[in-house]
Structure formats: C-alpha cells, structure tokens
Design a protein around this ligand. Structure first.
Ligand SMILES: *[C@@H]1O[C@H](CO)[C@@H](O)[C@H](O)[C@H]1NC(C)=O
Length: 584
C-alpha cells in the first residue's frame, strides 16, 4: 500500500485535479441551491405582493359599496344568524350590497391580526350587478369564503406550495358554480398549511394563520383560514375540504361547527387534492359556520339539480328535510378514548358531559368500542396514503422551501426506505407505535400488494359497519381533538389524527360541535397525563394543550355513509342540549 501512496504523491497533478474537481462540484452545487432558494423566495414575494394588491382592491370595493349601500348598519348585519340573514335578504329588508359590504369590511379588519385571507374574489362585485334580473336562490346575497384549494376562475389554488403558484384556475369548481347559482357570493379565499397535510395552518408563501380566541394558538388546519375567519366574525359561511380532520380540527380549535359530508355526496371537481390517486382515505367536502342550522342550510342549497347536472358522478339525492327535522329519540354509541391516542382531560369531559345531557333529553347512549384503531391508522391509513413511498408529496415540494413549522412532516418522508426499516427494528422495543408508523411510511411494495391493501381496507369497513349494526346504532358520539395547540407545534403532532382520520378511512359523514370551554379541573387533570407511551409526542401534546382555560372544546358526531342529514340532526341535538354549557 505504501508504494501507492508514494506514487500518488509523486503525481501532484492528479491529486490537485481530484481535489479541484470535488471543490468545484461542491461550489457549483451550493451556488445552484442558493440560486434556487433565491428564485423560490422571489416567487413567494411576488405571490405576497399579489395578495396585497388583491386586498387593496377589496378595500376599494368596500369604500365604493359604502357610498352606494342602501340598508342596514354593519353591526346589526354581522350579528344576524345565517337563517335571519337569509330571511332579511329574501324579503328585501336587506340588500346584498350592504351585507357584502359589512362582511368584506370585517374580514379585512380581522385579517390584520389573524392572517387568514389569501385572495379577494372581485367577481363578487359583478354578481351584485347581475342579481337584478335573476330570481332569488336559497343562498341569495349570502357572502361566502372559500378555502385556498378550491378553484375559483382566474385565481390560484396554491395548497401553500410553490409548484402551484401562477396557475390560475381556468374555471370555477363545481361547488363554487352551484353556490353562485344559488345566489351566494364567494368573496375571499383563505389560508391553508403547506401541502394541506397538517393541523398547523402555515406555509412559506402567506405565513401562519392564528386562532381568534388566543393568537398564540394555531387555528388548526387544513381549513384553518376558514375557521379563523368565521370564528372572528369575518364570514358567515365557508367551504372546506377534509382528508383527515381538515374541516373538523380547525372548527373545534376555533369554537365553530364544521361538517364533512360523505365523500362524493358533494362534487370534488375543481378541488386540488394533496395526494391525488391514493385510495386509502376519502376526502370529504363540507361547510363551516357558527351554528348547525347554517351547515344544514348550506348542504340543502348545494344538493340541488344544478349540482347533479354539473357533476353526474354525484348521487342525485336532494337534502332530506324530514330526517334533519325529526325528533325521534336516537340510539347513540359513544367512546371517550380510541386506544391509539389518549385524549386530553377536556376532550374526555366534553364527551361525557354531552353524553349525560343527551340521556337526560331522552336518547339512549350505548358504550361503543371502536374497532382496531391502531391497525386502521397505521396499516390502512398511513400505509395507504404513503403507498407510493410518499413520492407524490416529495415531488410537490421539490424546489420549494419547507415551512420551518412543518419540517418534521416532510423530513420523515425524505428518510430513505432502508433507513426507515432499520429505525423500525431499533425503535420497536421502546415505542411500538412510533416504530410501526415508520414501517408503514415505507409504503407498499408491488401492485398486487396495493390491491391487498385496498381489499384489507374494504374488509375493515365491512367489519366496522357490522359492529355498528350489531349494536343497532343510529349515530356515534366521540372526542374532537382539542383544545387548540400552541402555534408552531401541530407539525410535530400529526399522530393525533386518529380521532378524525378514521372517519375518512371509513368514509362516514362526521362533524364537530362546540360544547363548552376548558376549565380549571381539566388543567389539573392534564397534569397527570402521560399518554399511552409517555414518549416525545405525548409530552409535546401535554405541554402544548396546557394552560388553555377558556378555550373552546367540542365533540364529534358521526353517522353511517350517506346519512349526512342524520349526522346533522344529531349535531343539532348536541348543540341544543349543550347550549347552557357553551354560554358559561
Ligand atoms: C411545546 O412542545 C415543545 C416540544 O416538546 C416544547 O419544546 C415546548 O416547550 C412546549 N411548549 C410549552 C409552552 O411548554
């Protein structure tokens, strides 16, 4: 060996050439990365300045309407429920101009603190003009906010990702078309997490949206801009999408109601999905609002002939008023913990107190043991959504800057499969849940494995429904994640998704209703929280949901597929029986 070394040093030109080219390559690579980063930041700056321009245009529209508006003062308009607003608009007591003016003004005002708006939809002004000739639809004159990933003609659906900047939608999504046909006025678009796959509503383009109840807390995600805006009074009705709690988590964090319909009950044409092509979990669409009646009213308006004509793949089932307004006592299954993620004290109390109140109201409550949640979450959910070894997601963040709050989410996907497998074996004895998650993130191997994966999911759904049927349940009451986490941490706590994600996997309609607030007793009890494994996640959760007295808490209401009206009726009942608790 010695002679080789000598030989080598006797050829300084070779040595220099090697060192030289390595250094040049490294420098070139660094320069390229630096340039890419600069281009990326320039794209973000441009997108932000477009937003400034749009919001400036919105301010001008507000002052124009200020001059022309004919009825109602803003304060009293903003205090009306959707139902009251609807009646006053139909009767002509209020004009759409004055209502839109009030909401645009309020949205701009709350946006300064919450950072929930990403775009203004100037088409709302044209709609005001065109109203004069048309007959009044169910949502006539109701301003409505739209989540970022839902196409509105001429505007970006960014998903908080660089790759989707500067690609304005060529037409309105079907839902937006139907809303307009019903007379609703989409007026703003709202913020989302980068890639939509987080409960932390933050992206490197538009920044972080915060919670109106406490701006140190997150609004939740991914429909976090919607929930924040509505809870703060800047919108009366919003449309979101939900692939693992994306409507329900922000609604419960912000203390409003949110409903995820059965997938395909509403049209997904013109919705940008985070992981298109995966069949493991079903995205649901639905409304967010301050009360359950508003959600039901929006569903009723959407489930119309126009929807069935514009998207023939949607089953033509109109809203069933009879089911929604029935007062027949219900058989309600309930659980306070799913065995995968130990709920916080307030999550549990919310369920148990609601259970009692429902019993007092004459309903029958039956304990329900949710079926194999660990298996469903990891083996079916996670493995299913990462079946492609997360290549779809990695493709979408290529050349993007990762939001510092979401680093954990993306970096875990970047770990090479082989390393994930090694980590799985090392971690298994200490933390089987964490280990299992790593294993499932490796995806499935072949197409036949993928088919087995789909078959296993179908079998699980069948088994779950049989269990439900064997207890003869109408609906299910269970925890809603909460209270709102401190801002910046939800990116580390994706594991808490089990309470919500399970109903995307099963494709059951599900919604959340606020039932009260965190009290001192919850805080005391939380001090003893160690979770199931006392691991990093559980410690993080405990610390970051503590100190939350006064923040809203909610419960989740669930029904079988296509029983959307029954689910809403149950939500309405929960809202009614908990009314006193909410007022405290
Ligand atoms: C939230 O969790 C993180 C991670 O465990 C921790 O560093 C931070 O201190 C927590 N926040 C509070 C207020 O305890």
């Amino acid at each position: 060996m010695a002679w080789m070394r000598d030989e080598f040093f006797q050829m300084p030109w070779l040595y220099e050439a090697i060192v030289g080219s390595v250094c040049t390559a490294a420098a070139l690579l660094l320069t390229l990365r630096w340039l890419e980063r600069r281009r990326c930041l320039a794209d973000f700056r441009k997108a932000r300045s477009c937003r400034e321009t749009a919001l400036g245009e919105m301010e001008r529209a507000v002052s124009q309407l200020e001059e022309s508006k004919r009825s109602g003062d803003s304060e009293s308009i903003l205090s009306l429920s959707l139902h009251e607003l609807h009646e006053k608009l139909q009767s002509g007591f209020l004009t759409p101009d004055s209502v839109l003016h009030a909401y645009m003004n309020k949205a701009l005002e709350v946006n300064k603190e919450l950072n929930c708006l990403t775009d203004f939809l100037p088409d709302c002004q044209n709609q005001l003009q065109s109203f004069k000739e048309e007959k009044k639809g169910l949502l006539y004159g109701i301003p409505i906010s739209i989540k970022d990933n839902i196409d509105c003609k001429g505007h970006d659906s960014t998903c908080g990702l660089r790759t989707f900047l500067n690609q304005p939608a060529t037409k309105d999504s079907v839902i937006v078309q139907v809303l307009k046909k019903q007379g609703a006025i989409p007026f703003v678009k709202t913020n989302v997490p980068q890639s939509l796959l987080s409960y932390e509503c933050s992206n490197p383009i538009f920044g972080q949206t915060v919670n109106p109840h406490n701006t140190k807390r997150t609004s939740g995600g991914s429909s976090g801009g919607e929930a924040s805006l509505i809870a703060a009074g800047g919108s009366i009705l919003g449309i979101g999408s939900d692939i693992g709690g994306s409507i329900r988590v922000p609604a419960s964090f912000c203390g409003i109601c949110g409903f995820k319909a059965t997938g395909k009950r509403l049209s997904t044409i013109g919705f940008r999905a985070s992981v298109p092509g995966q069949k493991a979990i079903t995205a649901g669409i639905g409304p967010l609002a301050r009360d359950v009646d508003s959600l039901a009213f929006c569903m009723k308006a959407l489930l119309c002939e126009d929807l069935f004509r514009l998207d023939p793949t949607v089953p033509p089932i109109p809203f069933n008023d009879e089911v929604y307004s029935s007062s027949k006592p219900l058989r309600i299954g309930y659980y306070e913990s799913d065995g995968y993620w130990l709920p916080s004290a307030s999550m549990k109390r919310a369920v148990m107190e609601t259970k009692q109140l429902l019993e007092q109201a004459g309903h029958k409550l039956i304990p329900f043991a949710p079926l194999k949640i660990s298996y469903a979450m990891n083996e079916l959910g996670l493995k299913g959504i990462s079946a492609d070894q997360a290549n779809t997601i990695l493709e979408r963040i290529k050349g993007d800057i990762i939001d510092p709050r979401l680093k954990d989410l993306f970096y875990v996907h970047r770990i090479p499969v082989i390393l994930k497998k090694i980590l799985y074996f090392l971690m298994k004895p200490f933390n089987p849940r964490m280990a299992d998650i790593l294993r499932c993130l490796c995806g499935v191997g072949s197409i036949s494995d993928l088919w087995k994966q789909h078959t296993a999911r179908e079998a699980y759904c069948e088994e779950y429904i049989s269990l439900w049927k064997s207890q003869n349940l109408d609906v299910l009451l269970c925890p809603a994640l909460g209270p709102a986490f401190l801002a910046g941490i939800a990116g580390k706590l994706t594991v808490t998704a089990s309470y919500k994600l399970i109903f995307n996997l099963l494709n059951f309609p599900a919604g959340v209703v606020p039932v009260g607030k965190v009290i001192e007793k919850d805080e005391d009890e939380l001090k003893d929280y160690v979770g199931y494994y006392n691991d990093f996640w559980e410690k993080t959760f405990k610390k970051n949901v503590s100190d939350a007295i006064g923040l809203p808490i909610a419960v989740q209401c669930v029904a079988l597929p296509w029983q959307d009206e029954l689910c809403l009726r149950f939500m309405k009942e929960v809202e009614r029986v908990t009314q006193k608790n909410r007022a405290i």
